[in-house]
Design a protein around this ligand. Sequence first.
Ligand code: AMP
Ligand code: GLY
Length: 429
Amino acid sequence: MKVLVIGGGGREHALVWAIARSPRVQEVVCAPGNGGIAALARCVPVNQKDLDDLVRVAAAEQPDLTIVGPEVPLSLGLVDELTRRGMRVFGPTQRAAMLETSKVFAKEFMQRHHLPTAGYAICQSAQELPGALAHFHAPIVVKADGLAAGKGVVICESKQKAEKVAKQMLTGELLGEAQHRVILEEFLAGEEISWLVLADGTHVLPLVAAQDHKRIGEGDTGLNTGGMGAYSTDTLLAPEMRDWLVHHIAQPAIDGMAAEGTPFLGVLYCGLMMTARGPMLLEFNTRFGDPETEAILPRLQDGALLEAMEAAVDGRLDQVGLLWRSEPAVTVIAASRGYPGSVQTGHEITGLDLAAQETGVTIFHAGTALSDDKVVTSGGRVLAVTAVAETLQSACDHAYTALGKIHFDGMYYRRDIAHRALKKGKEKE
Ligand code: AMP
Ligand code: GLY
């Protein structure tokens, strides 16, 4: 069978890697792919922000299954267009993807279906802000309605700051594009986990949980990024808690989407805060997380991902199970100097082959390209170095040993990925 994967980051490298391990797959095509994906798939250029171009690639390739990685093609309605042409696609429709593309839609949906989430107010104008803010205690979280590539959430230590930030979002001063609506939200304290489930419109099948590290600096300091590393261990989520989440969050969400006439097929990423009051939804994403996917998929039995995705497309997800390795996985992102701001690209990356020989290590490429047979940097996040090992500490050790063998000009990575879990583990000893 021939599979087309849309996207070109570390997440898509992990997806292509997992798909290519299935004996049923003859060919994987990735659009646009990257320098690492090119070793596993035929990469074809595409403008991911252009629906016509995306459809053109799919129509030309005629894959047996298309998997959409990033949110932008989903928001453009790629799944709708390909489905209309009779193609099999794993991913939500444009309407179903509103759980990610509109935070206002998502919040109102959570409220309609009694999903646990922080208290909130929606404001459409600066005049409404003082009245709405009166109901909140600082700190206050201010969120833009639309997709903002990780820049649409600001935690404000005072009401004055919240009012200022909300105004700047409404005028467009903060994000470039003026927001019609902003959300004011109660601040939740606790540990954050990324919990992803596959859905076929009716049934849900959970993946193992992961934890992301969003800040650029060690100790979770500095600017927000697309994610600087992740880990996945069974200790993140007890089986009883996972069952609770299925019954109180994932299944009601999928039932709610079906009842509203927008059945959800694809990956529903539940961003959760484990608070003293219980788990609360921070957000939905309607796709695999990045870099969580690079830590989750290496724990999955070979071939299982494709089988589950096909079952999802056929509406029979209740008939498949997923087998996971009990060993933890750690993914560390190597970024370019300056990330998450502007970066220089085109620097040669060396040591990749040597690093890949480290026990349990898989190197996923996030922002790389091939230039005269050399692998060069092509973005802010460059590599996602994953290690699977007997213990979380040894997984970290292997990932960092591998990273020590890799070089490119301006290479930066956090040295404390998985610090929370490692600290907890030490406390238990
Ligand atoms: P999002 O863009 O929705 O993923 O939010 C970015 C980050 O902001 C989340 O990963 C959380 O760390 C933080 N965040 C969002 N909402 C809240 C909240 N209500 N309370 C505390 N932190 C939040
Ligand atoms: N790692 C966060 C995200 O994929 O949105």
